[in-house]
Each structure stands twice: as structure tokens, then as C-alpha cells.
Design a protein around this ligand. Structure first.
Ligand code: ATP
Ligand code: MG
Length: 398
């Protein structure tokens, strides 16, 4: 099987084009590890040739998750002669469709030196197929408006490509071209979607989870690992999940901070830990699943208070999304089923009944004096665990 890979936006990126295409090619190569497939990168096209039939499906499946790929099609190639194109077209139709059906031929001639125009090719090919497809011509007919089958023919410099189907890729930019981010990953619905959206825009990610054992169970940690695994299905390189023990900080906050401000202080500690871990990992940005006004801690004032001391950009890609939109997205990227498994989040365990929605910065700063912030942070950063996740095989094959 030969797949033709289409990439969109990256073709427009001026001087960066080569870097983008090289990164995409490398990502494709890495995501196809363990499969008998070879990449052919030529002119403005990338092809993947699968050398083992049993791997065809798995290759398709993995390519559909490589960021930067807009769509892909299994193609047949033909020499630049009408006869060869006709023969290949007939073979393709005969092997894939059983009459009766209606069809249409759609030719695109990128190579203008080819002797026939696209409409001429459409006609010649159509007539040839009608004549040769079957003995009984009534079983197939041309329908240009609403055909059952569309045969696409692309005539390019060296060869012609014929295909019937296109499968969507995730689009976006190749992973890694935008740098590296650190995702604050909880066990909820939002943060995995936030991470995925940033990956789509070319950010390689690592993830951090704050774990409050025994207030939150071992099971909730497993759930976050499962989410990291699901994100790794979209990553050619592995995704590291760093789990930071957060219990001591929670306890200190419980002891020394007024209940209604505890969430604000807690989130501030999360951002500080995120910032310091990002520095260790050389990540350039923090990513959260916050959405404006979704809960009390996601007001302008609370978000500001939480991240004010962090001299890194913070990406909140869900900021303008409604919950239902986020849920829909999590279903399409396959994180939803894991996100809705029961678990306790450190936020829910310690959630005050009436959190302040508009905290005064001066008050938060004052309260924080009750904590030995630096020592608490230092301790956490000496004590975290790291778990790497790699993409797994989705389809079984021999
Ligand atoms: P989510 O669905 O992602 O859990 P949420 O709607 O529950 O989000 P919050 O609990 O206020 O909202 O969390 C806001 C963001 O803070 C999360 O999207 C996530 O990025 C980060 N976050 C919250 N809890 C944790 C945690 N235990 N570990 C790491 N990050 C967290
Ligand atoms: Mg949450």
C-alpha cells in the first residue's frame, strides 16, 4: 500500500518550510516504529509505502494521529501515459467496488505539460471505464452530481496518482516546531483537552500532576497516567508525566490559611511548582485547562492571583470554550471515557464551601506569609516521580 500524505498550513510557512517538513517527516517516521513502512519525501509531497499488507490499517491509524497531516489517501501510481492511467484506474475500481454503482472521474493536472486537459482526461477515463468495467454496461454509469464513487486522478511531474478515498488527519503543526510546554494535568475533562490543543499547534509537552495521597487515592493517580497515555497516542516521542507529592502543602494551607482563600493559595503553589519544574525540563510555557468563569477559581482575579509570580507565559487554550464544547472535543480525542471515571481531585477534597471569586492580592500575599513557601516547594521538587508514556499499537496484526 502506498499512502499519499497531505499537509496544509506548513506549506505556507516561508523560510521555515524546510524545518517544518523535516520535522513532520521525522515525526511520521517515529510514529511508524515497529511497522514495515518507508517514507518517501519528494517535491511537495510525502508518501508512506507499507511493505506488509497486515500493517496497512495500523499505518493508516497512526498517520491519522500525526499533527501536521491534513489528510491521507491510499494511492495507485501510473506512468504519464493515458493507457497506463486507464489500466490503473480500471484495476482500482474493480478491486474496490462491486457494481451496480455510479461514478465520476475528477482529474487534476499539476503538470501542465501533460498533453490532455483535466476535462479531456475525465471524459476519456470515464468512457474507458464504462466500456471495460463489466460486460453489462448498465451496471455502472456516470453521475457527475451525486456519484457513489469518485475516482481522483492527480497528474504530476513524474507520475500520476489515482485514489478513491481520503482520510482526515488531525491538522495543525508538526509536534515540536513550536517548542515545549508543561501541562498541568488533573484527572478531569479539561486539562487533557488543553494539552491536546497545544500539541496540535506544534508544542511538545510534558505533564505534571499534583497528588495528595492519601487524601486522593492511588486510583486517581492511575487515572492521570491513563490520560497521559492517551495523549501519548498523538505524540511521536514519549510524554513524561511528573507526579509531585502535594499533601504537605495542602495540610499547611489547611492549617494556616482561611478556608475561603485556600483554593487561591493552593493554585498559586501549583503554578510556582509548575514554573520551577518547567525550568528543570526546559519547558517554555505552562498549560492549564482553565476556562473563563467555569468555576470560582477561574475568574480574572483568581487566575491573576494564581500566576502572578510566574515569569513564564501561561496558555489557557480552553478559555473561550463552553463545557459542552470541551466535552465534545474530549470525546473525539478519546480522553473522555477516562476523564469521567470516578476519582478525587485535590481541589475537590479541600474545596471550601464559599471560595472567594475576587481575592485581593494584598490579602493573598499577607496570608502566604504564614507558609514557608520556599521550603515547601524545595521539598516537593526533590521528591517527584516521572513516568514516560509512548504510543501503543492500536490495531492488532500478525
Ligand atoms: P480539569 O477538568 O482539567 O480538572 P477543572 O474544571 O476541574 O479542570 P480546576 O480543578 O479548577 O478546574 O483546575 C484548573 C486547572 O488546573 C486544570 O485544568 C489543570 O490544568 C490544573 N490542575 C487542577 N488540579 C490539578 C492537579 N491535581 N494536578 C495538576 N494540575 C491540576
Ligand atoms: Mg479538576
Amino acid at each position: 500500500m502506498l499512502y499519499l500524505i497531505r499537509y496544509g498550513e506548513i506549506a505556507l510557512k516561508g523560510k521555515n518550510r524546510k524545518f517544518f517538513v523535516d520535522t513532520l517527516t521525522r515525526n511520521i517516521k517515529e510514529s511508524l516504529q515497529g511497522l514495515e513502512a518507508r517514507i518517501i519525501s519528494e517535491h511537495s509531497r510525502i508518501f508512506v509505502e507499507v511493505n506488509k499488507e497486515e500493517h496497512d490499517e495500523e499505518v493508516k491509524h497512526r498517520l491519522q494521529r500525526v499533527f501536521g497531516i491534513v489528510s491521507l489517501s491510499p494511492v495507485s501510481t501510473a506512468d504519464l501515459s493515458v493507457e497506463d492511467i486507464q489500466e490503473r484506474a480500471l484495476e482500482l475500481l474493480q478491486s474496490s467496488h462491486t457494481p451496480p454503482f455510479t461514478f465520476k472521474v475528477e482529474t487534476r493536472r499539476a503538470n501542465k505539460s501533460f498533453s490532455y486537459t483535466s476535462p479531456e482526461m475525465n471524459k476519456m477515463l470515464g468512457a474507458y471505464l464504462l466500456k471495460n468495467m463489466l460486460n453489462n454496461m448498465e451496471d455502472i454509469s456516470v453521475d457527475v452530481h451525486n456519484p457513489d464513487v469518485e475516482l481522483f486522478v492527480e497528474i504530476r511531474g513524474q507520475e500520476a496518482y489515482l485514489f478513491l478515498e481520503s482520510y482526515p488527519g488531525p491538522g495543525g503543526l508538526p509536534l515540536g516546531v513550536s517548542g515545549k510546554g508543561l501541562l498541568l494535568l488533573s484527572g478531569g475533562i479539561d486539562s487533557p483537552v488543553a494539552g491536546w490543543l497545544c500539541m496540535k499547534r506544534g508544542l511538545q509537552i510534558e505533564a505534571v500532576h499534583f497528588h495528595s495521597y492519601p487524601f486522593t487515592s492511588e486510583r486517581s493517580k492511575e487515572k492521570v497516567k491513563e490520560l497521559a497515555q492517551k495523549l501519548a497516542e498523538y505524540s511521536s516521542s514519549s510524554i513524561n508525566l511528573h507526579v509531585i507529592p502535594f499533601t504537605e502543602i495542602q495540610k499547611e494551607i489547611q492549617l494556616h490559611c482561611p478556608k475561603e482563600l485556600s483554593i487561591t493559595v493552593m493554585r498559586r503553589m501549583m503554578f510556582r511548582l509548575g514554573r520551577d519544574l518547567a525550568q528543570i525540563l526546559r519547558a517554555q510555557v505552562l498549560i492549564t485547562g482553565e476556562s473563563l468563569g467555569q468555576v470560582a477559581s477561574q475568574t480574572i482575579e483568581n487566575m491573576h492571583a494564581a500566576s502572578i509570580g510566574v515569569d513564564l507565559p501561561v496558555f489557557r487554550p480552553l478559555l473561550g470554550m463552553d463545557k459542552q464544547e470541551i466535552i465534545n472535543k474530549s470525546q473525539t480525542i478519546n480522553t473522555y471515557d477516562t476523564s469521567i471515571k470516578p476519582y478525587e481531585d485535590c481541589c475537590t477534597v479541600f474545596l471550601p464551601e464559599h471560595p472567594v471569586t475576587r481575592p485581593k492580592l494584598s490579602r493573598v500575599n499577607e496570608i502566604e506569609q504564614n507558609l514557608d513557601v520556599d521550603a515547601l516547594i524545595e521539598k516537593c521538587l526533590h521528591n517527584y516521580e516521572t513516568f514516560p508514556f509512548k504510543l501503543t499499537r492500536q490495531h492488532t496484526y500478525i
